[in-house]
Design a protein around this ligand. Structure first.
Ligand code: HEM
Length: 199
């Protein structure tokens, strides 16, 4: 059985109501968690490669994502990016986050906190939520050939569910940070009082 996002994620700052689609995102079931963990044991040997493939494909299929990256936005030749040290480092950061997420699938409160924080930092990187879902799709195409015959429709569904869950939370963190920053731009007299906004 899945679980709707709750706990930390539901406690939006400044008493804002949680109306995002993310609020109804579902986390992977027990069986899906097992499948994800098993497949991760194979994928993790190739994390640097997967990280690069994922982002080069992301830039090919959604070139607008490249503009978010200060270091890559002017690189026209995507082949050059395949050997870029920076892209490798970035891919590894993202893959390490996925590794942490897999490890925390049994402690959803901790995973929620982590993904919300990551969404907040992405607000400051100017990387909006509409781009996050593309990453899951590219991850799936990158790992499929590594898992070969171990890849199944059920495993694909399990990874999709996990990405939807994590990126839903990231999107929520992004929105919370965006609201927080907006309120900080208001003069103190225009800021809503916490107790009134929950109504
Ligand atoms: C599943 C989706 C994603 C995950 C898990 C993810 C994860 C991460 C992580 C772990 C970092 C390292 C810094 C930190 O911890 O705050 C990072 C940095 C960053 N991400 Fe993402 N990210 C995702 C999607 C995206 C997308 C779609 C974009 C842009 C279109 C993006 C742009 C950036 C930028 C600009 C940085 C800062 C520069 C850098 O660390 O190289 N991210 N991301």
């Amino acid at each position: 059985m899945g679980c709707a996002i709750s706990g930390l994620a539901a406690k939006a700052e400044f008493g804002e109501r949680n109306t995002d689609a993310a609020a109804s995102a579902v986390c992977p079931s027990g069986d899906q968690i097992q499948m994800i963990k098993e497949s991760w044991k194979v994928i993790r040997d190739d994390i640097a490669k997967v990280g690069i493939i994922m982002f080069v494909r992301l830039f090919e299929t959604h070139p607008e994502c490249k503009d978010v990256f200060f270091l890559f936005r002017d690189v026209e030749d995507l082949e050059r990016l395949r050997t870029s040290r920076e892209l490798r480092a970035h891919g590894l950061r993202v893959m390490s986050f996925i590794e942490k997420s897999v490890a925390r699938l049994d402690q959803l409160d901790r995973l929620e906190a982590l993904a919300l924080e990551l969404g907040k930092s992405h607000y400051h990187y100017n990387a909006p939520p509409k781009y996050y879902s593309y990453v899951g799709a590219e991850f799936i195409s990158a790992v499929q050939p590594i898992l070969k015959e171990k890849w199944t429709a059920e495993l694909e569904e399990a990874w999709k569910t996990m990405f939807q869950y994590v990126t839903g939370l990231m999107g929520q963190g992004y929105q919370e940070e965006s609201r927080r920053q907006h309120l900080l731009t208001l003069s103190p007299k225009d800021r809503p009082e916490k107790s009134n906004t929950a109504l």
